[in-house]
Write a protein that binds this ligand. Structure first.
Ligand code: SIN
Length: 295
């Protein structure tokens, strides 16, 4: 066993190598195409809460096998506003063709998945079918660390605040994707995206009890009972704070890599630096609970 593996926390049913100070753990010794024993699933749940993102290399998965892996952690949640992969209503294919000239890429701004929902997803399982020779990494940011590193005064203030989340800036009639020609993604802008949903600004992790800064650039649009304009300066500060380099976990994809992230405690961003290469990812999301704050 390597020095890094010895330095990593002990799990009885697999080995892990920790990737970054902020989190990220490469899990070794599991074939996730097959059903996993209950003891392994329990340890994976603990590892996910502790390390925010789990990575599995060299997996050979059909869409059915990817869905079956995710289903072991809870029911799947379909992604609204985006046409699913044919024959797989709960799965989305994220494609960017080598010749796409648009400035945008899907998921290219810091966000947590679907926080516009009353019960945003617990986690996301993303699988690489085709990766650029160089570029196209994904970066996550650990929002438990983002909360821990705020001053006590700021923490106390935020603990009493509620933030309104909405998909309108992405999927609303005037949203980023409304007249965009991200031609390989099948996105439908809609009035349904205008709905606003309240969430605590600080949520408690249901498994490890840690406090999480729960805002993001894309979906957290204002504080409750304040206008967007009034909310912008504090949200701007929090959004900048939440993506500090020391909170980040960066992963270089290869065909067959799988990432499983804790969507409750992280934000993420797909890096847009691979013009000229094709990138194809399959994504499923696992249903989550309504966020809550416990003092
Ligand atoms: C996403 O935001 O779900 C996409 C992440 C990626 O493509 O790396």
């Amino acid at each position: 066993m390597s020095a890094q593996l010895q330095a990593s926390p002990a799990y009885g049913t697999f080995e892990v190598e920790l990737l970054c100070g902020a989190g990220g753990a490469e899990v070794r010794g599991l074939d996730v195409s097959k059903p996993l024993p209950a003891a392994t699933l329990a340890e994976l749940r603990r590892a996910l809460a502790d390390h925010c993102v789990l990575f599995f290399r060299d997996q050979d998965l059909t869409p059915e096998q990817q869905k079956a892996f995710a289903l072991q952690f809870g029911p799947l949640a379909a992604t609204p506003f985006i046409k699913p992969l044919d024959g797989h209503p709960e799965m989305m294919r994220i494609v960017r063709e080598a010749d796409e000239k648009k400035k945008l890429n899907f998921g290219g701004r810091w966000h947590s998945d679907m926080t516009f929902d009353a019960a945003p997803v617990l986690g996301t399982v993303l699988y690489s079918r085709e990766s650029p020779a160089v570029g196209g990494d994904t970066i996550w940011s650990n929002q438990m660390l983002a909360f821990d590193t705020l001053s006590h005064g700021m923490q106390r203030m935020l603990e009493g605040m509620t933030v309104m989340h909405s998909a309108k800036r992405s999927y609303g009639p005037q949203g980023t994707y409304a007249d965009d020609d991200l031609k390989s993604m099948r996105i439908s802008a809609s009035e349904l995206a205008l709905k606003e949903t309240p969430h605590p600004c600080v949520r408690t992790h249901p498994e490890n009890g840690r406090k999480i800064l729960f805002i993001n650039w894309v979906y957290a649009i204002r504080f409750q009972d304040m206008t967007e304009e009034e909310s912008a300066p504090l949200l701007e500060f929090l959004n900048r704070h939440s993506q500090r380099p020391e909170f980040q976990i960066r992963f270089r994809w290869k065909k067959g890599s799988l990432a499983f992230w804790d969507n409750r405690s992280t934000q993420h961003l797909a890096v847009n630096d691979y013009a000229g290469y094709r990138r194809v990812m399959d994504r499923v999301t696992i249903a989550g609970d309504k966020p809550y704050y416990k003092p």
